[in-house]
Design a protein. Structure first.
Lengths: 250, 250
DNA sequence: CCTTTCTATTTGTCTGACTATATCCGAGAG
DNA sequence: CTCTCGGATATAGTCAGACAAATAGAAAGG
């Protein structure tokens, strides 16, 4: 007879992301964070399913489903006899939205952050340029509405942040490129998550609206180069802000 | 009493990718292909777990693990009472290596292919530029060895293709950017998968070595702009070749 | 007509058994 | 002494059937 209280242990705090409330989702999250944060080194072998599930006070099937999730994201690999081992970092799907979220929950390494912004700096300006060439009137109108909403609500409110998301998502949609959309939207979501931290530590570091409008105007005018340049500035500022919120020198 | 023969039905042909031979992996693959190929439209609700597992002659747990895999990749969402439904395309993790592989197994839409190459055209030249700035001598030497091997074996052999992979992977490694590495290497793997098709339909469409050496020389000389331009040419040629292998006009 | 309650359906979780597979090690052959 | 082969063994994988939880939709009530 085992005690049935407090299943999943400390993992019950799972709310955001994949499978809120579900046990397998919570375990995947906990284990995932432990892995991406380096608590389990690549090559390390996790304790076997029986012991692990007993330790967490969950059934073996629930634990197994959690491991399947991690395996699907490239974080672990399971084989009979050997067990389940943490995969080499090169196999991790770092662009998976959940993996990204887990990374950001445990203070990502400065190196990784640098790389992520480097990638944004490559991709997002190019996306803005494509959007300037391909956007239709409906998308343009949605961008305008989003910016107006954002201006009224400011980034301090939930509605304002939603408007910001809408704007950027519509820009991506206007590129008419599914792969690009997936990439940027998952990175954007993860980074925006960090931005919320920033909002708590210091007040709005600067007014983001003028730069947003510059991007909009360039897209509206169908000027790819201008859109690219404006988006570069926007991402650059986001980098500064994020850096300020990470660095302890304040 | 159920007959035990031929579990998973036609899905047993699963070899490559995630979980070769394992039942849940095979089901995930089959279902995943069915979804990305449009056989199951977004919003559609799959038949429930009991019926599905009976239909496939597998246990419910095996089927559930398969669904967990698909959910982890954003292809489906499960909720009690409602069932498991195919997610909107915007939620699919198109950059997941397995999803990409599934897409390429069912002749991806021309639109998607165009988008993918557009993304390559954005990312890979930028990666080459970064590599030119940051590569160290060891990486340079590995690139050289890979190209020599590739030249001797040609792309028609398995070893030659492996050398090609090595070259590109080393370039990515030299960028010292984990996110960029993950992105390009999964796209590259998927596209290279298509290239194999190409090799079967027509002989080597042109000698790829000179362009590869140009990339190498630029990286060796630490000339980012030249590396970028050379890689643009390389990706552009790959696009032509892939297009030729897809288009039926031959 | 709106709100609340109930019910039925589906996923979620649990238990415990059996199977398949790969690693490791020891015995036998060379 | 070394190498090869085969079996022991630990582990994930699969199976079966039961029960729990959640929720959409219907029914009852205001």
């Amino acid at each position: 007879m085992k005690k049935k209280s407090d299943p999943v242990g400390a993992a019950e705090t799972a709310r955001s992301g994949g499978n809120p409330g579900r046990i397998h989702g919570a375990i995947a999250r906990t284990l995932g964070i432990a892995i991406v944060s380096g608590q389990h080194q690549p090559g390390e072998i996790l304790t076997n399913e029986i012991e692990s599930s007993e330790l967490l006070n969950v059934s073996r099937s629930a634990y197994r489903e959690a491991v399947r999730i991690l395996a699907a994201k490239g974080l672990v690999e399971s084989r009979p006899k050997t067990g389940t081992r943490v995969s080499a970092k090169a196999r991790w799907n770092l662009l998976d939205p959940e993996v990204l979220a887990w990374l950001f929950e445990s203070e990502p390494s400065e190196d990784f952050l640098r790389g992520l912004f480097e990638l944004r700096m490559i991709v997002e300006p190019a996306a803005a340029a494509l959007a300037a060439e391909r956007r239709d009137e409906g998308q343009l109108e949605r961008m305008r509405q989003a910016l107006i909403e954002m201006q009224q609500q400011t980034l301090a409110t939930e509605a304002g942040q939603a408007a910001d998301r809408d704007f950027h998502d519509t820009v991506l949609e206007a590129t008419d490129n599914a792969a690009l959309f997936t990439l940027s939207s998952s990175i954007g979501a993860a980074v925006r998550w960090t931005t919320i931290f920033k909002q708590r530590k210091r007040e709005l570091p600067r007014d983001p609206m003028p730069d947003h409008w510059k991007v909009f105007d360039a897209i509206a005018a169908r000027r790819p180069d201008a859109a690219k340049a404006a988006m570069e500035r926007l991402v650059g500022l986001a980098l500064d802000d994020t850096r300020a919120s990470i660095d302890p020198k304040d």
